[in-house]
Write a protein that binds this ligand. Structure first.
Ligand SMILES: Cc1cc2nc3c(=O)[nH]c(=O)nc-3n(C[C@H](O)[C@H](O)[C@H](O)COP(=O)(O)OP(=O)(O)OC[C@H]3O[C@@H](n4cnc5c(N)ncnc54)[C@H](O)[C@@H]3O)c2cc1C
Length: 353
């Protein structure tokens, strides 16, 4: 069997890159272990303004419109909404944060993303807001699991999906690139955190971060907004919400822990006693974010075996970044255009033959 590209991994990165190539009439075969991955458990949050100093995420002015259009187009194809736009209420933790937010409100480039300031303490029902809050615009979350399920069904129905674990030893590079009985012009690794085991790309400086998320049911009256209080809370419907996420750089596995659960519940307790009292734990998941040393994605070709490529390193911002970067990488693969955040930046410092 012949294909243009073999894509390893059907997380958000591999799925959207495959979709982008198929749209451009390129033949792909996607392989995946079929196991739960980071994309499926992620909250899918898109939050343009982050940190204690309320800083705009790098590239947000082009990444966000691209992501919103991309998910809207996919929604139209699969006849469901994958991206849920919802106002985020950012709860202030101290007077310094209020000062930073007021400064940003006066800056023209922040007008699209910040809205009403509410410095009245405890103005929300059942949520403690001693320092008040600010409304953030253009925030929302991707229903990643639903999107990946729809895309998997599409790939299966187009006979371009195989559920299996790729063993690197089965790849033949010369005289022609081949995996088992499939010959390909290129193999693109979209393996998330598993790339640290990849013999051709493990030299890239990944900085993996484990994260845990809880899903709870509740019977407390709750506003229909995303809450950001250091951690975040997303109301899924009137009875279910998710909170997350922990950051753990030491224990790099996908096992949910008591420690992770308790730290999220303690954080929730700090803003709402009624919610804690009236909630019941429905789900607890853990996985690993493919973060990188310079917080930029890893996209590009192997320095020696240029038919082998990587599309990875989207860290904690996959939902925002992957739509724009998959378009840019598809252009590179077809027209040899420049790749933003090309891994060539690490050839000299990190690659050894
Ligand atoms: C707790 C948590 C919360 C998060 N919250 C957010 C958030 O709110 N917003 C956001 O944008 N991002 C969030 N993220 C990050 C987000 O999950 C990632 O940016 C994104 O999902 C990475 O997608 P990926 O496709 O690169 O990796 P993955 O989703 O991990 O997919 C990689 C796939 O490759 C497959 N694979 C690997 N090796 C092989 C092999 N040898 N053979 C076959 N298949 C293979 C794996 O099985 C997997 O399916 C969160 C992550 C975590 C863990």
């Amino acid at each position: 069997m012949n294909t243009d590209f073999l894509i390893v991994g059907q997380g958000l990165a591999g799925s959207l890159l495959a979709w982008e190539l198929i749209k451009r009439n390129i033949k792909v075969i996607i392989i995946d272990t079929g196991q739960e991955n980071a994309s499926q458990i992620a909250a899918g949050l898109i939050n343009p303004i982050t940190g204690q100093r309320f800083v705009k995420s790098s590239g947000i002015d082009y990444l966000l419109p691209t992501a919103k259009n991309y998910y809207a187009d996919l929604g139209a194809v699969f006849k469901q909404s994958f991206y849920i736009e919802k106002i985020m209420l950012r709860l202030f933790n101290n007077p310094n944060e209020i000062e930073s937010a007021i400064k940003r409100l006066s800056q023209a480039e922040y007008q699209d993303y910040l809205a009403k300031l509410n410095l009245v303490s405890n103005s929300l029902k059942n949520i403690s807001t001693p320092f008040g809050l600010i409304e953030q615009r253009q925030t929302g979350y991707l229903l990643t699991k639903q999107l990946l399920t729809s895309l998997k069904e599409f790939f299966i129905s187009n006979q371009c999906y195989q559920q299996t674990t790729l063993d690197y030893k089965d790849i033949q590079i010369k005289p022609i690139l081949k995996w088992k009985d499939i010959t390909a012009k290129g193999i693109i690794f979209c393996e998330g955190y598993h790339s640290t085991d990849n013999p051709w790309f493990s030299w890239l400086p990944f900085q993996l971060v484990k994260g845990e998320i809880l899903t709870l049911s509740h019977s407390t009256s709750l506003m229909d907004n995303i809450l950001n209080f250091g951690n975040w809370l997303i109301p899924l419907d009137t009875q279910l919400f998710r909170i997350g996420a922990t950051f753990d750089r030491e224990n790099l596995d996908n096992i949910p822990t008591e420690f992770g659960k308790n730290s999220l519940l303690t954080s929730l307790q700090s803003i709402s006693h009624p919610l804690i009292k009236n909630s019941c734990l429905m789900g607890h998941q853990a996985n690993i974010r493919p973060c990188t040393l310079d917080k930029q994605p890893f996209i590009g070709h192997h320095p020696v075996h240029t038919q082998l490529s990587i599309f990875n390193g989207f860290g904690a911002k996959g939902s925002l970044q992957i739509p724009w970067y998959c378009q840019k990488f598809a252009e590179n693969l077809l027209k040899n255009t420049a790749i933003p955040t090309d891994i060539t930046r690490y050839y000299a410092t990190h690659f050894t033959t």
